[in-house]
Ligand binder design. Structure first.
Ligand SMILES: [Zn+2]
Length: 243
């Protein structure tokens, strides 16, 4: 299944994107996010870390979290997203599926009340090193899935969220996974690709060769479009959807 643009969204009004690191959303899904915001959908980002283990040069390590937070906020603005939150207490490279992470994501689900959640793939491609197959990605995808079901919808899960913070149970009807080994849903992002590139270029601290990256991405997302059966010259992002 593929869609030409973000207009056919089945009444979706709010999407919460939960990802491990700054730039994950932009590599995998920013073209789709741009289509959603253009269609009037409110999108919020929740980043579990500030990507403090990233980078490629001699930028002082202590500066990296602040730099990457600012880069992610700029990238979000490039695709129409202005609600960007970061969790505290999680280190890049050491994210695990814990009760605390499930509760921290559940808190944001109950606060934002999304109709759709977008997150990292909880499954990895065992034939590929790099890219989406970072253990933090799998941990966040799994924890976010458990936050959707069973946690956020169950008023008796994480009872302090209701008792102390007044956050009522909320059911998220569907989850979109980005960076999946076997996608089953493709979004034509040709028309929003320049916005995606602008978002990606915001992550300057991670890009030793931005122009080379853009060329590589056109190739990769063109191949994805062909896989989706779209005409030559189109570009597509790929997902798996759970309902
Ligand atoms: Zn990442």
């Amino acid at each position: 299944m593929s869609e030409r643009d973000g207009s056919n969204q089945d009444g979706v009004r709010r999407v919460l994107a939960v990802f491990a690191h700054p730039d994950d959303i932009d590599f995998g899904a920013a073209g789709t996010v741009a289509a959603w915001t253009a269609a009037g959908i409110e999108v919020a980002y929740l980043l579990v870390t500030r990507g403090d283990a990233g980078g490629f040069d001699d930028t002082p390590r202590a500066d990296m979290p602040r730099i990457r937070e600012a880069e992610q906020r700029a990238a979000a603005a490039a695709v129409g997203v202005h609600d960007v939150r970061f969790l505290d207490g999680y280190a890049d490279g050491a994210v695990y599926v814990t009760h605390q992470l499930r509760r921290d994501i559940t808190r944001q689900i109950r606060r934002f009340r999304p109709d759709r959640l977008l997150t990292n793939s909880p499954t990895r491609n065992w034939t590929m090193l790099g890219g989406p197959s970072h253990p933090d990605h799998q941990a966040v995808g799994e924890a976010a899935t458990y936050a959707v079901y069973p946690d956020a919808r169950n008023p008796f899960a994480h009872p302090d969220l209701l008792a102390e913070e007044g956050l009522e149970a909320w059911t998220v009807p569907e989850v979109w996974y980005s960076g999946v080994p076997e996608p089953d849903h493709f979004v034509d992002v040709t028309d929003t690709f320049e916005q995606k590139i602008a978002a990606l270029r915001s992550h300057a601290s991670q890009l030793p060769d931005p122009d080379g990256m853009v060329a590589g991405l056109r190739e990769r997302f063109g191949a994805m479009a062909r896989r989706a059966g779209l005409p030559d010259g189109r570009l597509a992002e790929a997902f798996t959807i759970a309902r």
